[in-house]
Structures are given as C-alpha cells and as structure tokens.
Design a binder for this molecule. Structure first.
Ligand code: NAG
Ligand code: NAG
Ligand code: NAG
Ligand code: NAG
Ligand code: NAG
Ligand code: NAG
Length: 437
C-alpha cells in the first residue's frame, strides 16, 4: 500500500467520522420523538429544543480532515482535534440524556396505551371465550371520574405538585421529624418533584416551611386531629387510609410512603400501573414475596397427613401505590371502617385481610387486582441486612427505595443506607446486625 492509498483511507475515515455517530444518534432521537409525537401530541418535547440541539452539532473541520489525511499532524492540529473531540463527547452525552428522557416517556406512553387497549377490549368484548390460550382477563380497572368539587384546596395543590396525575405522599407528625428530615432530603436529592407531606400538626407544617418542602394540612377535624397528634405510630398509620381517599376521589394515583423510607431512585419509573394496588411486601425471596405452596403435616391423618397451603408474606402497608379506581377506594374504605370500629388492630393486618381473604359464607371479599413490588427495587430492611448486603451481585444493585421496616433502630439504619448507597461507603452497613435481639 503506498502513501497515497494510506492518505485516501484516512480521508475516508474522516468522511465517516463526519457523518456517522452523531448523525445516527440524531436520526434515532428524531425517529423516537416522531413516533412519540404521533401517539402523544400534547406532551411532545418541543421541536425547537431538538432543532437547537441539531444546530449546535459540532462539524468536523474540513482542513483538519485534510491534515489527518496527510498523517502529518502539527501540535496545534492535535490540540484542535482534542478540543473538537471534547465538544463532540459533550454533545453525545447531551443527546444520550435526551434519548433517555424520551425513552422513559415512551415507556410510560406504552403502559398507558396497553391499559387503554385492555379497557377497550372489556367494553367491546365478545362474550364468547376464544380457544385455549387466548382468554385473558385484564387486571386494569377504569379510573374514577375526578370529583373536583370535593376539596378545592387539595385539588389546587395537586394540580401544582402532581406529575401525570400521580403523587408520592407521606404523613407525619412532630414525633417523626428526624425521619421526615431524611425522607424529604432524599426525595429532593433524587429529584422527585411530585411529593407531598401531609402534616398532622403545626410543628410539622413549620418544619416543612423551614425545609422548603411541599406540605398539605387538612382542614381541622376534631377526631382525626386528635389521632394525628398521637405519638403512637400505629393509630397514625391507620389514619392514612382515610386521608388517601380524597386523593383518589380527585382522580390522582398515589404512592403512600411511611416516613422510614429512603428514596434512591424515582419510584414512579418502576411502577407497572396495570393493577389497582402495587404493594411492597414483607417477603424476602421469590416464594415469600410472590407466593408459594407450603406443606402442613397433620399426623392424625395418616395417608393424607400432608396438606398443602398457599402462602404469601404480608404486603407492607407502609409503601404502596394505588390507582384511582373503585376497588382501590373500596379497599381504603374497608380498612378505615374496621380501624375506626376497633383501633386496637394493626392496620397492616387489616389491609392484608381485606386484600387477600376470599368471599366466604357471610362475607364478600374485595375484588381488587394486586401486584407484589419487586423485592430488590422496593427493598425492605430484612432483604437488605440479611441478604442483599452479603451478596456480591445484589450489593451492586441500586434499589429505588429502602424501607427500614424490620428494625427499630430506624434512624441509624437509614443513615447507614444513605452512607452505603449515596456516599459509596462500602463498609457503612457492616456495623449492623441482621435482626434485632
Ligand atoms: C479549521 O481548523 C484550522 C486549524 O486546524 C483553523 O485555522 C480554521 O479556522 C478552522 N476552520 C473552522 C471553520 O473552524
Ligand atoms: C510535515 O510537515 C512539515 C511542516 O508542514 C514539513 O516540513 C515536513 O516535511 C512534513 N513531513 C512529512 C513527512 O511530510
Ligand atoms: C436514564 O434515566 C434513568 C432514570 O431517570 C437514570 O437512572 C439513568 O442513570 C439515566 N441514564 C443516563 C445514561 O442518563
Ligand atoms: C423501558 O422499558 C424497557 C422494557 O420494558 C426497559 O428495559 C428499559 O430499561 C426502560 N427504559 C427506561 C429508560 O425506563
Ligand atoms: C425470582 O423471580 C424473578 C422475577 O420474577 C426471576 O427473574 C428470578 O429468576 C427468580 N429467582 C429465583 C431464584 O427463582
Ligand atoms: C464508613 O462506615 C463505617 C461504618 O459506619 C465508618 O466506620 C467509616 O468511618 C465510614 N467511612 C467513611 C469514609 O465515612
């Protein structure tokens, strides 16, 4: 190969550098946006932004290419090349972020389209069942028509705060302030705009004011206010079922979070939105979280001493998402009514009984569709301390949230979680025991 061939090849390479990676990314972004615009015209990333992106695309300098072709680079050429290279990589990063945002939005749109399709298919359904393998019942119930006149103050607040009619809600009073401070700080750190603190006393309203946190205080109500001001976490916890009702009636989907939760990612990016309820579970592996059959032995029965039981660890009522549907509202009503009649019960037990017990003589069960949240994305503190921190692969995984539900030394463990996942301190979880004795 002579020098001329060499030069031609380098020059060809130049052409390709000039045209290919940037051009391909631009074309991909445009195609994605175009597809998206067709399905979702109103929330489309504005064309002006994309055009600006394209205009700012750095062009490879022609005379630089010529220098490259001769393979006789001078020092200023190299510096100029490095500068152009830097600008190109900045540009590609910018495109990647845009692409990523577009993908998130597209994913969400796909979910919404699938939901709409399954609803439509119920409405126009042929009542005859099809052949084997084609019959599928949808878990996706229609959302309620928003009742705007119910609570204009909350309605206005939700219009400002919610994103795509969804909001992350935490309820707190002054006794949980230290945890609330961590909760708010990390919701903000992750950049979750659509959150709301429901303050149960004046101290919490003031605290949110100082911390520049979105806060909502309900209109005064003697009975609820006295429960809300209690330092007994159990009774405060039951109250949330009543308070959430208004959010759903106004047509908003809600994630209800306890205050002992650290957010490490935006949880709304990890919802399926196909069921009335998506709930965190107290389970610690696939069987306990998603269901299994367990054998029970009754020796009296001899030949039939083995009895199979269906088992599932309870859903955690400290972190769950509700779509604004009638079954979701019925769940809240059932739990609140029973808590109101007998405040000594644990709201989590009542929540699970209502969710899972089937209809039986004298009782009509709740027909709500439900989904167990992923135990590694919505991680309880047993999964973290007993398993995940000891497993090399699971250690590397970043959960969306960690809920310190299994341990009473909440603040210390919440700080440990932050130090491990946020500050990258590899040994931050080491001082803690698996359980608590
Ligand atoms: C191309 O680069 C050369 C030096 O390598 C510089 O003198 C010239 O101004 C550049 N042209 C453009 C359009 O950037
Ligand atoms: C490289 O360029 C310099 C300055 O333009 C020139 O003096 C030198 O002869 C060139 N070397 C080759 C191998 O072409
Ligand atoms: C894409 O977005 C997700 C969720 O917002 C984020 O976790 C991830 O780091 C982003 N990736 C890039 C390359 O920006
Ligand atoms: C979009 O959804 C696909 C598959 O459901 C998933 O693999 C991908 O990570 C999602 N992307 C984002 C940015 O959420
Ligand atoms: C647990 O369930 C997940 C998701 O359903 C699956 O990908 C994984 O393989 C299961 N693990 C085991 C050990 O069965
Ligand atoms: C990491 O955490 C451990 C355990 O809490 C602590 O002893 C250590 O000082 C921490 N390291 C840093 C760099 O903060």
């Amino acid at each position: 190969m002579d020098a001329e061939d060499d030069a031609r090849m380098s020059s060809d390479k130049c052409q390709r550098i000039n045209e290919s990676p940037v051009a391909v990314v631009i074309v991909m972004v445009f195609l994605l946006c175009f597809a998206y615009a067709l399905t979702y015209p109103h929330e489309f990333l504005d064309i002006a932004t994309l055009t600006r992106l394209q205009d700012s695309s750095p062009k490879i300098n022609a005379s630089l290419c010529a220098s490259l072709a001769s393979l006789n680079l001078t020092k200023p050429d190299i510096e100029s090349l490095m500068e152009q290279n830097r600008r190109l990589s900045e540009y590609v990063t910018m495109l990647a972020v845009t692409l990523n945002q577009t993908t998130v939005t597209l994913n969400r749109t796909t979910q919404e389209r699938d939901n709409a399709q399954s609803l439509l298919s119920i409405m126009i359904e042929d009542r005859k069942a099809g052949p084997l393998g084609t019959v599928k019942v949808t878990p996706t119930n229609p959302t309620v028509t928003p009742d705007e006149f119910l609570n204009p103050r909350l309605s206005k607040m939700l219009e400002e705060v919610a994103v795509r009619r969804e909001v992350l809600v935490v309820m707190s009073n002054k006794f949980a302030q230290e945890k609330l401070e961590l909760w708010v700080a990390h919701v903000k750190r992750v950049g979750i705009p659509n959150y709301l603190v429901i303050a149960l006393d004046d101290e919490t309203v003031a605290f949110c004011g100082q911390n520049d946190a979105h806060v909502y205080r309900r209109d005064p109500d003697q009975k609820i206010d006295s429960i809300g001001k209690s330092d007994y976490a159990g009774s405060v916890s039951g109250l949330k079922f009543l308070v959430m009702r208004e959010f759903l009636q106004l047509g908003y989907g809600v994630i209800l979070s306890d205050v002992d939760v650290i957010h490490l990612q935006n949880p709304f990016n990890h919802l399926y939105r196909d069921c009335d309820i998506e709930s965190m579970t107290d389970g610690h592996d696939n069987g306990t979280a998603y269901g299994h059959i367990e054998e029970f032995i009754d020796p009296d029965m001899g030949w039939s001493s083995s009895i199979h039981t269906t088992r599932l660890w309870v859903y955690n009522s400290g972190y769950f998402y509700l779509r604004p549907t009638k079954p979701s509202i019925e769940l809240l009503d059932r739990v609140w009514t029973r808590m109101d009649q007998d405040p000594g019960q644990w709201d989590q037990d009542v929540y699970n009984e209502e969710l899972f017990f089937p209809s039986h003589p004298g009782y009509s069960g709740l027909y709500a569709s439900k989904r167990s949240m992923d135990i590694y994305q919505f991680m309880n503190s047993k999964v973290l301390f007993k398993f995940a921190r000891k497993d090399p692969a699971l250690r590397k995984l970043l959960p969306a949230v960690v809920h310190v539900n299994y341990h009473p030394d909440k603040i210390e463990r919440m700080r440990g979680v932050i130090d491990f996942y946020v500050n990258g301190n590899e040994t931050a979880l080491d001082p803690f025991t698996d359980g608590t004795f």
